[in-house]
Write a protein of this length. Structure first.
Length: 368
């Protein structure tokens, strides 16, 4: 965790250094400008840690204001760097081609700043339009009929995501009328004065065959007992290396490796959960991270975690890290993996070319 924080601060500081450089070359140089850019870069780079500290102190309203400000700024800086690097590439390519780059540093700064702002606004609204992804799976391992599963994932409920997010999610769940609701981790991502109300609202959604959930890494980061208490109060049955037979299928669930404290223990928990699910029924494995264990006897693994990258072009980094795209993947041995983009946001409150989703997975019997 400390390594991640150190790397994050290093990269975030570098992004501010890039932005400061663009401003420096576009403006008349002065000691005052240099001091201002350095001070602003240091303060803004460490602002997320201030949000974390305020939340842990129980200053939830102040932390919410600070979070929206600092994480909104984080999104803007990231977009500025991405757009700016494209302009830098154009400038670099123009030189060997003996072309004259038409923009001065001043105009480059203005255009990059405006395009970044436009992308920020678009991303803010994209994050608030949840799509329904419908997937049908036909199998002889379901004795008869069908069973529908609505997957919610990566809500990141906390000081930034709360009532308004549920206002968008719950009506869609009511419209879909699934037999089962599953939550595949990172539902909880903080503290808050309104958590009892959020739990009550989630508990009011009562699918006929129940609601089941597994932990994600953020449930561990913000306090495992706090997270488990919230999920149970919200009406979810937690599957932690366990399985449940429901609706003619078997649901098996495992903790995230951050909870078990090692990948080896997480794999052992998965083996135990699937061993208890042995039989002829269709097996659905709930697992936060989209890592597939070779030989695990499931028919369908449902995961989340990667947010579809959340902000383009992060999608390419998630593909490198996890090897799978979002959506349904047919594995070579006949098993299937579904990876959700999630419904909420982590950190920056935007999504760019990675719209939020609720998945409705319908498992149908091939038996006539």
């Amino acid at each position: 965790m400390l390594t991640f924080i150190a790397m994050f601060l290093l990269v975030y500081a570098a992004m501010h250094f890039y932005l400061a450089g663009k401003i420096w070359f576009a403006c008349p140089h002065s000691w005052g400008l240099a001091a201002t850019l350095i001070a602003a870069g240091v303060i803004l780079s460490f602002a997320p840690l201030l949000v974390w500290f305020m939340e842990r102190q129980g200053w939830h309203r102040a932390a919410a204001v600070a979070a929206w400000t600092s994480y909104g700024w984080m999104a803007y800086v990231f977009l500025f760097v991405c757009v700016g690097l494209l302009f830098d590439l154009g400038f670099i390519l123009a030189s060997p081609l003996k072309g004259a780059w038409p923009l001065t540093p001043q105009w480059t700064l203005r255009i990059v700043a405006m395009l970044s702002l436009m992308l920020l606004v678009y991303g803010f609204f994209e994050a608030r339009h949840i799509r329904i992804e419908k997937i049908d799976i036909v199998t002889p391992r379901l004795a008869n009929g069908r069973v529908s599963i609505a997957q919610i994932s990566d809500l990141h409920l906390g000081i930034m995501q709360g009532r308004r997010l549920l206002d968008r999610i719950l009506p869609k769940l009511a419209e879909l009328q699934p037999d089962i609701v599953v939550a595949t981790g990172d539902i909880v991502d903080g503290q808050g004065d309104d958590f009892p109300e959020l739990a009550r609202r989630l508990r009011a959604c009562k699918p006929p065959l129940g609601a089941y959930a597994v932990t994600g890494n953020h449930e561990y980061y913000v306090g495992l007992e706090h997270s488990l208490a919230f999920m149970r109060n919200a009406g979810f049955t937690m599957l932690r290396g366990e399985s449940a037979r429901v609706g003619g299928i078997v649901l098996a669930g495992v903790d995230d490796p951050s909870v078990t404290q090692s990948l080896q223990q997480a794999n052992a928990q998965e083996s135990s959960a699937l061993a208890s699910a042995a039989g002829d029924a269709f097996v659905v494995l709930l697992k936060h991270q989209p890592r597939v264990n070779e030989g695990s006897p499931f028919d369908l693994q449902i995961s989340g975690h990667i947010h579809g990258g959340q902000i383009f072009p992060f999608v390419y980094f998630t593909r490198l890290a996890y090897k799978f795209r979002t959506g349904l993947t047919e594995l070579a041995d006949g098993r299937k993996l579904y990876v959700s983009r999630g419904a909420g946001t982590w950190g920056p409150p935007i999504r760019l070319f990675a719209p939020p989703e609720i998945a409705l997975i319908t498992i149908k019997s091939a038996n006539k």
